[in-house]
Design a protein around this ligand. Structure first.
Ligand code: NAD
Length: 263
């Protein structure tokens, strides 16, 4: 299937590793030009070089922290200065810390909102005028399976991702007339550094081995294993494609059957 995104410009946020990097790679395989960002310049450049060597697409790498409004503004300006337009925006960031409700104070709540909700608001706000100018766009937010099935010990993620989902649904209605689709893609358990950290923290807390925790997680997934990041990336590439022109306002889980609800 031709996804029809060769030569389109994709801004993929928080893309030096994990899911963001895999999304960038899948879009590059379809021929999209990339603007990538992360806080650590060395890791970001390494990711950009790996994707460029594998696919040959043009890549701009901008060190940026998505919790800083000025970084977001400059990331979007630099992307437009280099490529002239932005066709695809993939909103992503690291995840908030795990823990029970009573372990977080106001400051930690504010940080989680800044990291996952406000970053999405700011990036979308900065990119929108450019999509409206070209008369089309794809906005894809990386949220979490916790949106459809809250996880124990993930109170910050369970709460803040719901805000991103409400934002996305509202925007999908507001922006449809501009030929801009807005969707969320929900990772289930996906084998990335974040998951290794979560496993390690749980193993320590519960005085168990990491292997034991991983086996328990895998048993909770009907497919019986975690996703590889590229399996997630391929789904985002499809939603970013011309082929997904009539899909907007959805929250699509890529979870190996983990979520037990009907929708
Ligand atoms: P990860 O920690 O492996 O990678 C996160 C990426 O974001 C890295 O490139 C990091 O440098 C970048 N980043 C973090 N904070 C940033 C900031 N303030 N500014 C710019 N870049 C920043 O995480 P991942 O597993 O790839 O997950 C991506 C998102 O998906 C996270 O929000 C995570 O919570 C969510 N998620 C992941 C899983 C999973 O199983 N991996 C499951 C559900 C939800």
């Amino acid at each position: 299937m031709d996804f029809g995104i060769k030569g389109k410009v994709a801004l993929v946020v928080a893309s030096s590793s994990g899911i963001g990097k895999a999304v960038a790679m899948e879009l590059a395989k379809e021929g999209a030009k990339l603007s990538l960002c992360a806080r650590n310049e060395a890791r970001l450049l390494a990711a950009a070089q790996e994707i460029s060597a594998a696919t040959g697409v043009e890549i701009l790498a901008v060190p940026a922290d998505v919790t800083k409004a000025s970084d977001v503004e400059s990331l979007v300006n630099k992307t437009v200065a280099r490529f002239g337009q932005i066709d695809i925006l993939v909103n992503n960031a690291g995840g908030p810390p795990t823990g029970a409700f009573e372990s977080f104070n106001d400051e930690e709540w504010a940080k989680a909102i800044e990291l996952n909700l406000l970053s999405t608001v700011r990036l979308t706000r900065e990119v929108l005028p450019h999509m409206k100018k070209t008369g089309a766009g794809r906005i894809i937010n990386i949220t979490s399976m916790t949106v459809k099935q809250p996880l124990e010990g993930f109170v910050l993620s369970n709460s803040v991702r719901a805000g991103v989902t409400g934002l996305a649904k509202t925007l999908s209605n507001e922006l449809a007339k501009h030929n801009i689709t807005v969707n969320c893609v929900l990772p289930g358990w996906t084998a990335t550094d974040r998951v290794l950290e979560i496993q390690k923290a749980r193993a320590k807390r519960e005085n168990r081995t990491e292997e034991d925790i991983r086996t328990e997680i895998e048993r909770s997934i009907p497919i019986g294993r975690m996703a590889e990041p590229e399996e997630f990336g391929a789904t985002v590439a499809f939603l970013a494609s011309e082929r997904a022109s009539y899909i907007t306002g959805v929250s699509l889980q890529v979870d190996g059957g983990f979520i037990k609800g009907l929708i």
